[in-house]
Design a protein around this ligand. Sequence first.
Ligand SMILES: [Zn+2]
Length: 236
Amino acid sequence: MRTQVDFLYGKRQLIVDVMMDDRTRLSVTVHPDLHITAKAPAGYALEVIRRHLEKRASWIVRQLDFFERFQPRPPERQFVSGETHYYLGRQYRLRIRSGDLARVRLIGRFFEMELPDTANGDKARGLMQGWYSTHARDLLSKRFYSYVPIFKRMGAVTPEIRYRRMKKRWGSCTGKSVIMLNTELVKAPIHCIDYVIIHELCHLLYPHHNRKFYHLLGRILPDWEKRKERLERAII
Ligand SMILES: [Zn+2]
């Protein structure tokens, strides 16, 4: 049985999706997409569940804050010549000139863009996004599949990878072993990209951010905290 419980903690409204099943204790999970779920013993009344959740509220809010800090913050761009754009943590200048083709290429320190109408900002934006999306899929899948064998040796199933351009998170891992990666990651340094990939892969074995999860993450990536901090400071 599924139900939803919502309550206030300070000024924050917390909405929790609750699944009731054959278990003896209530457990709560805060997901990287800021979604809160709980599992409760089938016999619990709604009021009992609410009371349990209220007791965990400060922990829930700390988890939410953690994931919110972890969100990318894309600056507004105009897609005009001279603007700075990032790839793998390095800055490149955008240079737009008129030409018959609509294309963009990375040459030296420049994103060289050719456009029939150089004043068409929407077209320029679309070209850049296309470039990032293509390069992200290529690079992220290579890094991803290079790490998968480590996790398979530990008993994880082969995950499926999906890509999406997201505003609010770098990656996520669903219970069905689908790992979603934000194509915007390709703007961040490679060691930060690896951190996100390995973090999500660790979720194949431990869905929650518990002690076992962090123990595994620390074993595979002893400097993960530095990488995470660098990613939080990354301009993308
Ligand atoms: Zn996580």
